[in-house]
Write a protein that binds this ligand. Sequence first.
Ligand code: ANZ
Ligand code: ZN
Length: 825
Amino acid sequence: MERYDPAAVEAKWQEVWQDAEAFITPNPEPGEDASRLQYVLEMLPYPSGDLHMGHVKNYTIGDALCHQRRRHGLRVLHPMGYDAFGLPAENAAIREGRHPRDVTNDNIAAIRKQMKRMGWSIDWSRELSTAEPEYYRWTQWIFLLLFERGLANKREAPVNWCPVDQTVLANEQVIDGHCERCGALVESRTLAQWYFSITDYAQRLLDDMELLEDWPERVLSMQRNWIGRSEGAEVLFYQRDLEASISVFTTRPDTLYGATFFVLAPEHPLIATLVAGTDRESEVLDYVRHHSARPEEERAQDKAKTGVDTHKTITNPVTGEEIPIWVADYVLLGYGTGAIMAVPAHDERDFEFAEVHGLPIVPVVTPADGELPEGEAYTAHTPDEVLINSGAFTGMRADEGYAAIVASLEERALGKPTVTYRLRDWLISRQRYWGCPIPIISCPDCGLVPVPDDQLPVVLPEIEDYRPKGQPPLATATDWVNVPCPACGGPAQRETDTMDTFMCSSWYYIRYVDPHDSHAAWERGDVDRWLPVDQYIGGVEHAILHLLYSRFFTKVFYDAGLVGFKEPFKRLFTQGMIYKDGAKMSKSKGNVVAPDELVARYGADALRLYVLFLGPPEDDAEWNDGGIAGCYRFLQRLWTMVGGLAEDGLRVTSSPASPAGLGESGLALARKAHWAIDKSTRDSAERFHFNTAVAAAMELLNETAARRGEAEPEVVGFAASALISLIQPYAPHIAEELWSLLGGDRLWCQPWPEADAAFLTHDTLEIAVQVNGKLRGRFSAPAGSSDEELSELARALPNVASHLDGHEIVRVIVVPGKLVNFVVR
Ligand code: ANZ
Ligand code: ZN
């Protein structure tokens, strides 16, 4: 037997698989049994450099599932692609004086090579890159679909502007007021921007969570919070000088009598008119200038409540009183209506503000026992609380008061019940080069005109300098920008913003169905046969935006009759992170373990095995350099043992038909093999606990090695076959090699082994019995006996009974499957 040489074995089988087109999965024929189709998908990588260990874990989990499902007779779609547009490649290109396309394609080439080296069973015929015109032609088509459906709008809005990257940032790219990418302090600017109306879908994004099976609860709740549904009322407050009403959103209309002041967000459009020509104008506008720039997340959490008095008042619609109007940045423009009625007695933020600025505090709700807290807002919602100081509504229970006040406002056309969502429209414009061009032409006469379908794709123009200089880089390509209007033929200009890359990655899972179709983005028939994705696998860092945007797109496609399903990902699995020395493995922490070096040293199989062996895959795991060596040694032992068995003439063997007639050792080994099949199938298929599945295979190796001299050769052959078969999804190369060494063929398409109940149920275990730690007897018990059953059986042994006699049993310690210890006095 030759030495285990992973590099040689792995190269050999990768070639075999490629020649056999083992993992290429054509689309099903129209009549084909759809229950056999499985779409297993891992989130596509962003090609910013090499693959890191997080990718290795992600794709190894997905690959293990694919192998198992194929071997369960399912037809598995397992594609791969690259999320190839985006800032990091562009910034790297600027640094290196290269074209972003070249940087990206080099990275893709490196990643592809690494992926192939890992031996993942990917259908490479479906490979795609979102930065290729072949793909982004359809991203543009989707943009126009949204545009035609009224879901893509251009409007002026204050945006987060990164002065270093010279681009707009989404709210979630602003961390503590700084740019997520470069760390620069973010500024506020007003720009005309493209938005997708995802907010129109807020309620459906909530309701359809019902259709999601097996999504992690924490991801569902993150989505729910992000959407942030709030029920309440809209109330109109009349402002005399403006001769207009300003509307507020409140979740507590029952507290309307306690609204003692009114607050506008600094960006509120009425402020300038309100203070125009007054002696407060310069101070108020000064405040507006300085406070609009602060990111909303920060403002929402802020303790110090800054604000400025406009010296204007507004009428409380129920008390008729004039209450002061303030401008303060704890009120956000983008939520509700951008204005609030402040009820300091019952809202903490308003209370702090009133304290700081000396504004009146009037309690209007009190708990049933009448005790209002001192020096703080009363915000608790107790069931029987009642309204006080509330005119005709005084004495009502708060929930009745709520309904009655809203009804009376509605009667006077001063308010109505409403639902508000925290979710914002999706800002998709980016003022950068390396992205998908927005297929719109702006004409002075016709407005915003879609680029006609036969002129798609709008190909990204070649330009000299990608560096942003205040205007989008595409604006410098004047020959490209200036085009005749498709509607009237007059001079017009192309849109010079590019799209947020989240747009590219929100529909790729559909394109995989037919990635090279040049006539359509997809064919509905094929798509409806494969989708929704049966199992999606990715990092929890994408739990919100990527999934929400993909869900939104799918609903738009559904509404347009382009797909027959409402949710793209039926099941979702989110993997835990890999830590090293207590910190998340990342380039910036300098604690990255590079997959390449490990593969070179131990082989892809050992690395695959190790990332699965780290622990339950949903948990965060600590990297341990010694661990992979352990997995490598296991494979080496397996190699040596199977090599020996092959020399002894053993072949791939199926299970003995029944336990009858087997010797003691053969029976024990056959049982162990069935136990391993049962355990590793259940642990991996039901819970994705590949770690315990691998551990079961390791136990089976030990048992086989120990019993090979005594057990019947067929049983040894069976145990070895089962072992190889079970580790195939994790270490497919060595498994294939050893399988063929035992005379087997194409393990990747052999049926998954089945555990035979006849070998499982009668398992008995030998239990030792101690009294005060001294061994007093042994007995056999069926595996799976409960603690109570075991202690009953133990107590019945004569020698144990005599040692218990006359003593008080203080404690019974049961070590399941091993030991019962009576502690007596
Ligand atoms: C009066 C009131 C009384 C409120 C009370 C609360 C308690 P959620 O539950 O998160 O939806 N609000 C409304 N729009 C706002 C904005 N643009 N910026 C900051 N705060 C805003 O929060 C809804 C409540 O947040 C609303 O109800 C409003 O304050 C405030 F005892 O109105 B409430
Ligand atoms: Zn025109």
